[in-house]
Write a protein that binds this ligand. Sequence first.
Ligand code: 0RA
Length: 680
Amino acid sequence: IEVRVSNDTEAASTDATETTPAPVRKTSKSTNSATTTAAYDAKAIQVLEGLDPVRKRPGMYIGSTGLQGLHHLIWEVVDNSVDEAMAGHCTRIGVTLLADGGCQVDDNGRGIPVDPFTAGEHKGKSAAEVVLTVLHAGGKFGGDGYKVSGGLHGVGVSVVNALSERLVIEVDRGGKHYRQEYAKGGKPQGKMAVVGDTPKRGRTTGTTITFWPDPTIFAAEGVEFVARTVLERLQTMAFLNKGLIIAFADQREGREQQVEYQYKGGIIDFVKHLNATKEPLFSKVCQFEDEDEDDGQMLDIAMQWNTGYYEGIHGYANGISTIEGGMHVEGFKTALTSVVNKYARAKNLLKEKDPNLTGEDIREGITAIISVKLREPQFEGQTKAKLGNVPMRSFVQKATNERMAEWLEENPTEANKVVKKGLAAAQARVAAKNARNAIRRKTALSGAGMPDKLKDCSSKNADESELFIVEGDSAGGTAVDARDPRTQAILPIRGKILNVERARIDKMLKNNEIQALITAIGAGVGDEFDVTKARYHKVICLADADVDGSHIRTLLLTFFFRQMREMVEAGYVYIAQPPLYSTEIGKEKVYLKDDVAKSAFLEERPNHKKPFQRLKGLGEMDWEELRTTTMLDGTRTLLQVNVEEAALADEITSILMGDDVASRKDFITTNARDVRNLDF
Ligand code: 0RA
């Protein structure tokens, strides 16, 4: 078999005129057999050759030199193996975090070609070496190559090599075991060479890449991989690549674990997994696939509804999560709205006089995966997480229109439930509008419009204004005494606010505490929420450090996450940390915020009497204590709440707030140690 390196001349010459290196996720054109030539376009590649630019500006290639960038190295290597799997040549990928800090990725694919080129720019080097030392060389190998390449993540393994202090590649091919090693910065230490026979046990062919990230590059946050981050990503990969075995092993001391993912149902299993903590509306999952060979695009879509009220549509392009949506998601939504309305009319579930269901009505409670693959994905938007390829919209729309219509016809029981749920959502939408109008009217009637319970601050500058939401009237009173009336407003709320996960928005908006909160913040709610109108840029949940307090805090956070998400995204939502214990050192009173702080305190002073003066709650502190420990800027500590990844946050919210008590308990137990830093 002849191994040919080719460069798409057009793409390469464009690259050559670029003044900046390609950003992360930019992809090189994949080769198609018709245009492949044995000759190598040296002129074009010269500009890109050498790995120095990567070390000079790592951020341009892997996004950052923080933990995210560090993990990007793993994704880049794994993507190559996933490509091989998608081409039908690999069934198992292993990812191992080694005890010495390295990361090993192995696959049972065909093995990356090892024979040296006999001519051209890279004469004498193996294809494997070119892939590891030439920027943008990845994915351009092989005769019939990859029609639609999976990983297409973008930057290629040469970037991983450039940013490692050491890298070893091993290939099993034709019964031989090959090996080549690279030193810091991707410098080859000798040629690819046979070092023995392919071991009798294990694979017959395959590729193993082991790398040790360069700590001088990742100086800011270190080179320690986070198992949970890797596991989450690998699980998603396994869902998106039906049947593929992805085995993870952590061999680091004290953290040993092994996990293997394989989903024979692919994204059907993904949808079931996401809905596992919810109550599915029916057990079937609607799933379909389509492929357009000429345009080089594929889609794989699955969906199921649950009895909840929120929509969870998760888009992926070439295995990359498109949190901001894009053309594939747009096409899906448009088709879904149209096809369900058509069905509802045809079956007389919507009468002639009834208006159409809106897209939102239909998507209430949906869990859907929209996974597409395409040759040259364009990622746009603020976080480069929105798919911009326009043809993808009509491709997804057409397939969804046709295949969903079929599915609805073939599954009348389920179709009926989908329509009924949409009708109920439409009713709630009308009721919610009335409730919102009622709040607006009430606001207009009561002059200034602020709730009676609110002790507002005098500043009208949102940037410096803080709203403390305080549990209980008595603690509220203390907080009023403790505050800086110029910049700090106090809103006491009584008891447990409504659990918004279990209540539809219309019911929720009738709740007095919620109404007061919405009015005080002054920026609307739900779809109408406008973060630029927020009257405070710090909204601080102040509740006891005990179980009840943590419950009320979770309820508040859920409300913000679900109904004022932009507040969370803007970083306006905080958690105050009133201390749980107090004790004395001599005459001075010392506060300890939790059990961890208490243990640390006792460890330092083993002879000190135990602080079991446990503050029974916010009410136990006088206003001066509350001010210095919890409210005064400079002496307090606040936790900022942030949304890490919408899909994950959605899952956690459901687990914590939903009806499934067992998984909530399980989650809290397994994450008890991290609970303070919970990324909501
Ligand atoms: C192109 C051609 C062939 C194998 C691969 C690429 C390949 C690359 C990687 C990267 C990680 N794992 C991989 N596995 C395979 C082989 C072509 C042939 O043997 O005919």
